[in-house]
Write a protein that binds this ligand. Structure first.
Ligand code: HDD
Length: 752
């Protein structure tokens, strides 16, 4: 006879209760009759657990990359058969499941719903600032020169560390043009053995505001107007100038934007700055203050403003294309990382400059930039979304040996970057996204949340614990633990206030202005005149002119003339800072690697030496682009651009071997010059190319019939225009001119 059901349950419960008691009783310490406790003491850790799954040291950030043994160009899908996301093989992906060929789609069509649902959610919110960007992988190698001031392992001599860099503009949306006038972001993720280090900087060393609480205000002012959502990716509008003329601390950064630095020629030709002062700590626990600088191997170079505007229409992806073309062609961009080092004094100033004020620089002449390592970008992303879009930087990602200071902008940023990713990347587990995964082993106690990819073992994600063997334990100096430098925080009343030194808003703007060459000053005048000329509100223009008067009377007078307004008198005494020659972009000679050289040829003309010329351009590390009236092959060489697809802005220099005189009916009537003399009757697209290259101060060369084209264009004999008998004689001179980036004397200057 079996037991009654009720008894079965009762017996089972009692048996289970006995078991519970059996297991627990002996382990209750001090219980009469209890056995000796067998669990570990909370403070006695055993060997660390292995890293969390999926968080080891990936040698690739994408499933199609090296880890799978596939080249970056591998096919998007792995495997022969198309499947659903669950792995079921599919027969058809082009027809939805319908009630008959002419019937409605059935709700049960799982493949259709999975495909379209996923597509509907393909976009994520773009970054609220720096939405438009491009990124690349590379490697950083330490020189060992910083070992005396920081214990950071990645800076040790010869140590190589993977990096991922994202360059960006600030104001524009994700699809905006690359060459707008704006600050450029320069964010570097160092995947160091001691944890990720993010150096999230810009191509300008100062920032608009001194306190991060105003960040949303300056960005609201710079972004398109809220009613019509225009203008896109521009600072040339009322709200921007309203803000910067009212918040005069913004004047320094604003002048950097109005200078040629606001329109870089290439990401490869930009400096980068950590902006803030950081605190470094060495093995002995000694500290210094430091500012980070990236120095590009190719020098710092800019576009001409008209050129930048043309490119925005001709090739809005100009900077992105330039970066990827250069890397793929093997012209790997390089930067040297350097630091300015200052004693860590209680007042945190150097030569009277407040090191906590992010609107101030320390001129290199006062504190030289000392090289500590080199970065080379050598690999383009495999998948733009997975890598460039999902990369998440954060200033709080610091390795041992680098710590923050109390700069109020930096302090605010320490909050914002982590916070923003939670919306942008949908939850707190974004560090598990492949591009964000540290290359150091991760062993955290963070659990659950949206998109948790790790399958955590163990039961005790807390410490101390006695259930997971006491793990994880905490590290000390010997195990490379991060060190919060024990800086003294003085006892003070809570205030919403800045140090008095932050009130100086003009002396360093004047320093910058006085450090510019005449041609750079001319560009700054034109930029202010253009931007303020786009404002509608008279009061805003007048207020900004007052700011300019406090910077420099000549600058103010020139811009006022352009605006047709009276120049006000300064309301503050003008400082007399010593200029900093290091701030000027003019005057040196730089490598020309990766520059573009256009070569205009006449298929029926003299093609002698063209092939050798191309080789010489390649040998100089540059890219020759053959431009002909039509595509195909000319003189045995491939034509890369036709007169229809070429525009001067793509080239750093133009060489003209010849240009055919077009047949009268070969051009639209509006382009043909009726009755023009034969020499002038050159294809107008070639003439335009020559004229624009001349206006944008680019080196130009011509020989034979090409020299006649330069004469017809009216540029022969002017500075930076070389003519000769043969390509072999002309090219070396053009190459030399290119080393200076522009033929500077071609720009007019009004400033004495
Ligand atoms: Fe910022 C993105 C650089 C001030 C808040 N910032 C962002 C990026 C760069 C900078 C390069 C793009 C990173 C990427 O490519 O993903 N930001 C700077 C510099 C600043 C600065 C050099 C001043 C010295 N930023 C700043 C302040 C705040 C922010 C004061 C807020 C208090 N920044 C953000 C952000 C972003 C960001 C909202 C948007 C996307 C992101 O962080 O990841 O958190």
């Amino acid at each position: 006879m079996g037991s009654k059901p009720g008894n079965v349950i009762k017996n089972a419960v009692e048996a289970a209760a006995d078991k519970v008691v059996d297991l627990l009783t002996p382990d209750i310490p001090g219980k009469p009759g209890g056995a000796t406790p067998t669990l570990e003491e909370p403070t006695a850790p055993v060997d660390p657990l292995p890293p969390k799954q999926e968080q080891g040291s990936p040698d690739t950030r994408t499933p199609t990359g090296a880890k799978t043994g596939l080249p970056p160009t591998a096919k998007g899908q792995q495997g022969a058969y198309l499947t659903t996301a669950q792995g079921a093989r599919l027969r058809d992906t082009d027809h939805s499941l319908k009630a008959g060929p002419r019937g409605p789609i059935l709700l049960q069509d799982h493949h259709f719903r999975e495909k379209i649902t996923h597509f509907d959610h393909e976009r994520i919110p773009e970054r609220v600032v720096h939405a438009r960007g491009a990124g690349a992988h590379g490697v950083f190698e330490g020189y060992g020169t910083a070992e005396g001031v920081t214990r950071a392992g990645f800076l040790k001599k010869g140590k190589k560390t993977d990096v991922f860099v994202r360059f960006s503009t600030v104001l524009g949306s994700r699809g905006s043009a690359d060459t707008v006038r704006d600050t450029r972001g320069f964010a570097t993720k160092f995947y160091t053995d001691e944890g990720t280090f993010d150096l999230v900087g810009n191509n300008m060393p100062v920032f608009f505001i001194q306190d991060g609480i105003k960040f949303s205000d300056i960005i609201h002012a710079g972004k398109p107007h809220p009613d019509r959502e225009i203008p896109q990716a521009q600072s040339a509008h009322d709200t921007f100038w309203d803000f910067v003329s009212l918040h005069t601390e913004a004047q320094h950064h604003t002048m950097w934007n109005m200078s040629d630095r606001g329109i870089p020629r290439s990401f490869r030709m930009m400096e980068g700055f950590g902006v803030h002062t950081f605190r470094l700590v060495n093995e002995a626990g000694e500290t210094v203050l430091a500012k980070f600088h990236w120095k590009p191997k190719l020098g710092v170079h800019s576009l001409d403003w008209e050129e930048a505007q043309l490119i925005s229409g001709m090739d809005p992806d100009f900077h992105r294309r330039d970066l990827y073309d250069a890397i793929e062609a093997g012209a790997h961009p390089e930067w040297e990382l350097g630091i300015q080092v200052f004693p860590d004094t209680p007042d945190e100033t150097f030569e009277g400059i407040d090191l906590l004020d992010p609107t101030k620089i320390v001129p290199e002449e006062l504190a030289p930039v000392q090289p500590i390592g080199r970065m080379t970008l050598n690999r383009t992303p495999t998948n733009f979304f997975a890598e460039v879009e999902q990369v998440a930087y954060h200033l709080g990602n610091l390795p041992p040996g680098i710590d923050v200071t109390n700069d109020p902008l930096l302090q605010a940023r320490l909050f914002s970057y982590l916070d923003t990713q939670i919306t942008r990347l949908a939850g707190p587990n974004f560090p598990q996204i492949p591009i964000n995964r540290p290359h150091a082993d991760v062993n955290d106690m963070l659990r659950d949340g949206f998109h948790q990819h790790a399958v955590h073992a163990g039961v005790a994600p807390y410490r101390p614990n006695s259930l997971d063997g006491g793990n994880p334990s905490v590290a000390g100096d010997a195990e490379h633990a991060f060190l919060d430098v024990p800086v003294t925080v003085t006892e003070a009343s809570k205030v919403r206030a800045n140090p008095v030194s932050f009130d100086d808003h003009y002396s360093q703007v004047r320093l910058f202005w006085r450090s510019m060459s005449a041609v750079e000053q001319e560009h700054i005048i034109r930029a202010y005149t253009f931007e303020l000329g786009k404002c509608y509100e008279q009061a805003i223009k007048e207020r900004q002119l007052q700011c300019l008067a406090n910077i420099d009377p000549v600058l103010c007078a020139q811009v006022a003339t352009g605006l047709g307004l009276p120049a006000p008198q300064p309301t503050e005494p003008l400082a007399e800072p010593a200029p900093s020659p290091a701030l000027s972009q003019v005057g040196a000679v730089w490598p020309t690697d990766g520059r573009m050289v256009g070569i205009v040829v006449d298929p029926d003309g003299d093609l002698d030496g063209i092939s050798a010329l191309r080789e010489s351009v390649f040998a100089a590390g540059m890219v020759p682009l053959l431009i002909a009236p039509h595509g195909g092959i000319v003189g045995g060489l491939p034509v890369q651009r036709t007169f229809a697809t070429a525009r001067s802005v793509e080239f750093d220099a133009l060489l003209v071997a010849g240009a055919p005189v077009p047949a009268p009916d070969a051009l639209p009537a509006r382009d043909a010059k009726a009755g023009a003399p034969a020499a002038a009757n050159i294809d107008p697209r070639v003439l335009l190319m020559v004229e624009e290259c001349w206006r944008h101060a680019k080196a130009i060369g011509g020989w034979g019939a090409g020299a006649a084209v330069l004469t017809a264009a009216g540029v022969a004999g002017s500075p930076g225009v070389v003519d000769g008998d043969a390509a072999a004689a002309v090219f070396p001179q053009v190459l030399q001119l290119m080393g200076a980036h522009r033929v500077w004397e071609r720009f007019p200057t009004v400033v004495a």
